[in-house]
Design a protein around this ligand. Structure first.
Ligand code: GUN
Ligand code: FE
Length: 447
């Protein structure tokens, strides 16, 4: 009996097989079933290759790539502040607390307005997909009116969305005009949002997942943190927050709780194997062990860290420790919606942390031993690391995985033969949205 696939992509692909290695396969048939899963990958030396190729051609399901196009997994953006999209690139010379007070909170407060939220979110989701981001973990705003629009935008555009109602109820650290009225109201609204998402997901092929979202320690009361920990358990939901992003945040935790922020969040039940903590530039060894033991993932946001972290997250060390780690744009702490840009910045920042190979003459200006990461390490974080952090079977071109893919062409001519490993490196450095020809989420073309 013939198997009818929904789509058969014929082409070469790259996928990360571990932290350091990329698999490259030429001219394969990636067979995608009706459910949007990769059901079969047929290599040219397989005896069934011709038959499957012929059948797909007959059925009109074959899509043959050109020779300068390749297939890669779609990216996972582990940290996006959706309502901050209109401010991307704005006021990045200010310190975090001033940027929050003067630019960010006033903007986020506007998302009470459904029309404004729809306008912004529709554009944001479309832009992220156009940049190859098939899965995104979003911070919404305090108000659920806007959050519902974000969920709808993910569903409308078929992006694998994780969306959190932002909780901030601490009057000492949040403005009167943008705050949850009380801890109880924040918890009620979080629970209401969970049910709203449930309703909106009905009959959807790629449902949105609600996420428990305390903004960060300073903006939350102990009461709300305890309640959110309980809600995460009750509904078995992912959790996201910011952790050890800045000295200010760490100092706040020490001053108010006598502990580091990772320990405080842990005490409230907020560090689980479904938790993603953004930034982590200043996590110490004890914090990292805690993350590893709990199964917490880190959203590494290398562009944003240049501005608000004033530090480099030690990606090489974190990868070596086998703590889950993916990449995030942190719009608008990061100015760019592209994970490719964050791959590049992750590599460049790590090289600034590194002592360098020829640094003997000026060791006082140099950093750490073996801190530099490669394009392969960064690609692994953007795909496998992100998927692990969200416990998803995506991020790889592999049988049984979701067909969340991007089809990309090389930007510049090669003027002769080029080894696939070299093409891969160049693509990591050169790709923009203009080189991403097609994007697919769960087997559905979204670009
Ligand atoms: N810490 C608390 N809120 C934020 C935010 O919106 N962006 C960043 N980068 N850090 C935060
Ligand atoms: Fe952030």
């Amino acid at each position: 009996m013939n198997i009818i696939y929904k789509t058969v992509l014929k082409g070469s692909y790259y996928t990360a097989i571990d932290k350091n290695q990329i698999d490259y396969q030429i001219d394969s048939l990636i067979c995608i079933d009706e459910n949007g899963q990769i059901a079969n990958i047929v290599k040219p030396n397989n005896g069934d290759y011709e038959k499957i190729h012929h059948e797909a051609e007959q059925q009109g399901t074959l899509m043959a790539l050109t020779k300068d196009q390749v297939i890669m997994p779609g990216f996972i953006d582990l940290h996006v502040h959706a309502p901050q999209w209109p401010n991307a690139g704005l006021a990045l010379d200010r310190p975090l607390y001033e940027w929050l007070d003067q630019y960010t909170f006033p903007l986020e407060a506007k998302f009470k307005d459904a029309d404004y939220a729809h306008l912004v979110y529709d554009n944001l989701v479309e832009t992220l997909l156009a940049n190859g981001t098939t899965t995104a973990l979003y911070f919404g705003s305090v108000d659920n009116t806007g959050n519902v629009e974000l969920v709808k935008a993910c569903l409308d555009h078929h992006q694998r969305g994780f969306v959190g109602k932002v909780v901030m109820d601490n009057p000492a650290q949040t403005p009167d005009y943008y705050r949850d009225e009380s801890a109880q109201v924040a918890l009620d609204e979080t629970e209401a949002f969970i049910h709203q998402v449930e309703q909106l997901n009905k009959n959807e092929k790629i449902p949105v997942t609600p996420v428990i979202t305390p903004r960060f320690l300073p903006s939350c009361t102990d009461e709300v943190l305890a309640g959110l920990g309980q809600l995460a358990t009750k509904y078995n939901l992912p959790i996201q927050s910011h952790c050890s992003e800045s000295d200010w945040e760490n100092g706040y935790a020490l001053e108010t709780h006598g502990q580091r922020d990772a320990a405080v969040l842990d005490d409230f039940g907020l560090l689980t194997d479904k938790t993603v903590m953004a930034h982590g530039t200043l996590l110490n060894d004890e914090d990292l062990d805690r993350f590893k033991n709990r199964g917490v993932g880190i959203a590494h946001c290398p562009i944003s860290n240049v501005y608000f972290g004033n530090a480099v997250m030690p990606a090489k060390k974190i990868l070596a420790k086998d703590v889950k780690v993916g990449l995030g744009t942190d719009i608008s702490g990061g100015f760019d919606p592209s994970i490719y840009q964050n791959i590049r910045q992750a590599i460049m920042s790590s090289r600034m942390l590194d002592e360098g190979v020829d640094s003997k003459l000026s060791p006082e200006l140099r950093g750490q031993e073996d801190a530099a990461i490669t394009a392969r390490n960064a690609f692994y974080m953007a795909t496998v690391g992100g998927a692990q952090s969200l416990n998803l079977t995506t991020g790889q071109v592999k049988v049984g995985y979701a067909a969340d893919l991007q089809i990309v062409h090389t930007k510049y001519p090669t003027f002769g033969h080029q080894e696939p490993e070299d093409t891969f490196d160049k693509m990591m450095y050169q790709t923009t949205a203009a080189e991403i020809d097609h994007v697919m989420t769960q087997g559905i073309f979204v670009k």
